[in-house]
Design a protein around this ligand. Structure first.
Ligand SMILES: Nc1ncnc2c1ncn2[C@@H]1O[C@H](COP(=O)(O)OP(=O)(O)O)[C@@H](O)[C@H]1O
Ligand SMILES: [Mg+2]
Length: 354
């Protein structure tokens, strides 16, 4: 996968411009709040996923504009392609001059992995970040997963609303049945996708972590569903009584987790800060490796502000692992990316890219 050119128009604080990238290292350099992350966010959106920073599309439209437009020229499988994204009330997209049914249908055409400071918390924090990690990774591989997830969340929201409005007594059981059937149908597919994906991912993460720790430590990872597929509908039914008081749905893939162990011991509970960061890095690199194994394409690597948060050993490890990919890396200090000499440097000042 290779990005050739990006055009931005009314996207966040960026001035309208067309940027030509090199096929190796693209350093995006500048002080804080100049527009570096905005630039890589624009590239990321072509994966079809939501922004890695916001779930509200409207936030990305330039303050004084009513719509934003992006264009990306890229090479995938040796073929030159062109995609367009328009952001108004919602995002729409075109690929090779054909309108897509939705912007998420871009998934599977352009692939990237993004690594940002919040990823360093993937292991340490609550399970929602780990689910998000899985959803982004799987959604990029399988566009239909994104639709299944949307329908699933909608059904969970509907069930929650019904429970909240029922004032302690389950009245509308027929409607609850309908929502729970829908949750079961889509939830089962989500669990199935995640289990299969995690099998590939954890194999790769373990071998990368082994290298990162000079084979001194072993990483294992396991998907922990709150219910297996067979029991999901029954568990939803049984939890009605308790869910009615919390106004939430206590079982289903929106409550699942991914558990990491180092030498058999929970990394989340007992891991040192350094171990947790190493797991997060191994996970990201494993995501890229898995993507390549499944699609045959090396995703472009987007690294947002992570270098300054890592010690020199880990910086070097990352930079050595990604040397054959196209990389977009933002930084405030050029010294952090010194190990890679090849490439192009862009300076961002007040939304202008030079
Ligand atoms: N929709 C928007 N329209 C205009 N400016 C925006 C919009 N969203 C964010 N910004 C501005 O973008 C700047 C931050 O850009 P960012 O890319 O996050 O900075 P950094 O260079 O630190 O990565 C802030 O000054 C913010 O006000
Ligand atoms: Mg930034």
């Amino acid at each position: 996968m290779e990005v050739k050119k990006l055009s931005v128009n009314n996207f966040r604080n960026l001035f309208p411009s067309k940027i030509e990238f090199c096929n190796s290292m693209n350093v995006i350099y500048g002080d804080n709040a100049q527009g570096k992350t905005n630039l890589i966010e624009a590239i990321w959106l072509f994966t079809g996923a939501k922004s890695f920073r916001t779930s509200k599309d409207g936030e990305m439209i330039g303050f004084s504009a009513s719509e934003a437009n992006l264009e990306l020229e890229f090479i995938s499988g040796g073929i030159e392609r062109e995609a367009k994204i328009n952001i108004k009330a919602r995002r729409t997209a075109e690929l090779d001059s054909k309108k897509l049914r939705s912007a998420s249908a871009l998934a599977g055409n352009f692939c990237a992995t993004v690594f940002s400071p919040s990823d360093l918390q993937t292991v340490k924090e609550g399970p929602s970040l780990r689910r998000r990690f899985l959803d982004l990774a799987i959604g990029q591989l399988y566009p239909s997963y994104v639709d299944i997830l949307k329908q699933y969340i909608k059904a969970v929201t509907q069930r929650n609303t019904l429970l909240k409005n029922s004032q302690g007594i389950i009245k509308n059981t027929e409607l609850l049945d309908v929502f729970e059937k829908e949750i079961t149908l889509n939830g089962s597919k989500i669990i199935d996708y995640r289990i299969k994906y995690c099998k590939n991912l954890t194999e790769n993460a373990s071998s990368i972590y082994g290298e990162l720790s000079s084979l001194r430590e072993e990483l294992t990872a396991e998907y922990m569903p709150s219910s297996n597929i067979e029991d999901l509908e029954e568990k939803l039914y049984v939890s009605r009584k308790t869910d009615i008081f919390s106004g939430t749905t206590s079982v289903g893939p929106h409550r699942d987790d991914l558990d990491f162990k180092i030498n058999g011991i929970s990394a989340r509970t007992f891991g040192s800060q350094g171990q947790q960061r190493s797991v997060a890095i191994a996970l990201k690199l494993a995501e890229a490796k898995t993507l390549k194994e499944i699609t045959g394409e090396q995703p472009v690597a987007i690294l947002d502000d992570v270098m300054s948060e890592l010690d020199p050993d880990r910086q070097a490890f990352i930079l050595n692992h990604i040397k054959d990919w196209q990389v977009f890396i933002t930084c405030c200090d050029k010294a952090n990316v010194k190990p890679l000499k090849e490439g192009k440097i862009f300076t961002v000042v007040g939304g202008r890219i030079k």
